[in-house]
Design a protein around this ligand. Structure first.
Ligand code: CTP
Length: 405
């Protein structure tokens, strides 16, 4: 049987904005069409200075739209931003200029593309392209963070030679890479991590004291589940080892539920050959030394409990891991966060550690947002702003797997 291309009949709305890399949108349109997609191009007025509407209309096989309003002497369609938003399965903005990114971050509706972004309810992928220092500018980075917080995906710009002659980050990624990212956003095709295996731990552990009481912590598992879902969406074969949580297993992820740290250890070591390992579980460091078979009855005298350390799963993993694996740990601290995180990074032979500071409002247990800082074994440090945990997961994958080693 003839295999259908992976974007067969997918409706892709491609917004092209005024960057020199707009010429690459021609290649992108060709590739998307080759993959079976229907492509509708919306150009900003500035983009039309770099690439002719006729070129994109010919390549896409559709009229290219630019204006929000019909010309004064025409009684055309002025609700096109609404119909385009309803039509699209995905909205791809490539290249996205600083101006368009700022418009989107602040909800402006002053061009057909900007208004369409506001009315579209489909997934949105933004591919920034600009010069090196513009890309690093704090205002741009803050706007990109806002876009992620609004649920849009942002594909990091490539590093290399820029139109100005400078070398740095800011290039529009290749059409193939953008198409792969779009496919993973739509859940089709192999995805950039296809062929890779990943292991994620999530949630608390629960150490019994007697048949009705446990020693545990308030972890809800949200961060680990978001990571497992994000890895699967990018094509990895994902195993999730989860302590007790109220969350549904993420789609397409093989989920194993465990109770105690010892059970989690066995489940993790059985899957230790994974290419990528994220240890996001909040493992109980101690378990009651004696588990009573019967319910312990209350009395009037104070009670002391003997506690035994649980296995340090990550430390055990460190002893058997191979250098080709990417192992990422988490640290949850209340004080001297960076110092503690760096110590764990080296003690547990991690490639990266993700630090949450429990004293940060909006970060840590039981909230949907997180503010993390990531440290790498070779000294890199990236501080991410407060974001939804799903956006944190996407950013971590971008930093660790796309820009990392
Ligand atoms: N971890 C683990 N097994 C344990 C304890 C922790 O695998 N028994 C993992 C966590 O999943 C996390 C990392 O180790 O990725 C750091 O966990 P954390 O509790 O912050 O560090 P500890 O080494 O337990 O140090 P401490 O509690 O003293 O801060």
């Amino acid at each position: 049987m003839h295999n259908r291309p992976s974007l067969y009949e997918r409706k892709i709305l491609l917004g092209v904005t005024g960057s020199i890399s707009a010429y690459k949108s021609c290649d992108l349109v060709r590739l998307l069409r080759k993959e079976g997609a229907q492509v509708q191009v919306v150009l900003t007025a500035d983009a039309a200075r770099f690439v002719a509407p006729l070129t994109l209309a010919t390549l896409s096989g559709r009229e290219v739209y630019t204006d929000l309003f019909p010309a004064a002497n025409e009684s055309g369609d002025w609700t096109r931003h609404v119909s385009l938003g309803l039509w699209a399965d995905a909205l791809l903005i490539a290249p996205a200029t600083a101006q368009t990114i700022a418009r989107m971050a602040h909800g402006f509706a002053d061009s057909l593309l900007a208004a369409t972004v506001l009315s579209a309810s489909c997934p949105v992928l933004v591919c920034p392209a600009m010069d090196r220092d513009m890309y690093q500018n704090a205002a741009i980075q803050a706007n990109l963070t806002t876009l992620k917080a609004h649920g849009h995906q942002v594909m990091p710009a490539d590093h290399g030679e820029l139109a100005s002659g400078l070398i740095g980050q800011g290039r529009l990624p290749a059409a193939e890479a953008i198409t792969d990212r779009l496919k993973s956003l739509l859940g089709v095709g192999p995805g950039p991590l296809s062929g890779k295996t990943a292991l994620v731990t999530a949630g608390p552990t629960r150490e019994p004291l007697d048949p009705v009481r446990v020693l545990t912590n308030p972890s809800t598992g949200t961060m680990g589940y978001a990571l497992a879902a994000a890895l699967a969406k990018r094509g990895a074969t994902v195993s999730l080892v989860s302590g007790p949580t109220a969350l549904d297993p993420p789609a397409g992820v093989q989920t194993t539920r465990v109770g105690t740290a010892a059970e989690m250890r066995d489940a993790v070591l059985a899957r230790r050959s994974a290419d990528i390992i994220f240890m996001a579980a909040a493992v109980s460091d101690y378990a009651p030394a004696h588990v009573s078979k019967q319910k312990r009855k209350k009395g009037k005298a104070p009670v002391s409990l003997a506690l035994h350390p649980t296995p340090d799963i990550l430390l055990e993993l460190a002893k058997v891991r191979s250098p080709s694996q990417i192992v990422v740990g988490f640290a949850m601290e209340t004080d001297r966060g960076e110092q503690q995180a760096r110590k764990k990074l080296s003690n547990k032979q991690l490639d990266w550690i993700v630090l949450n500071n429990l004293s940060d409002p909006g970060a840590g247990f039981g909230v949907h947002t997180n503010r993390v800082t990531v440290f790498s074994a070779d000294g890199a440090c990236r501080e991410l702003p407060l974001m939804d945990k799903r956006a944190v997961a996407e950013s971590l994958l971008d930093i660790i797997l796309v820009q990392g080693k």
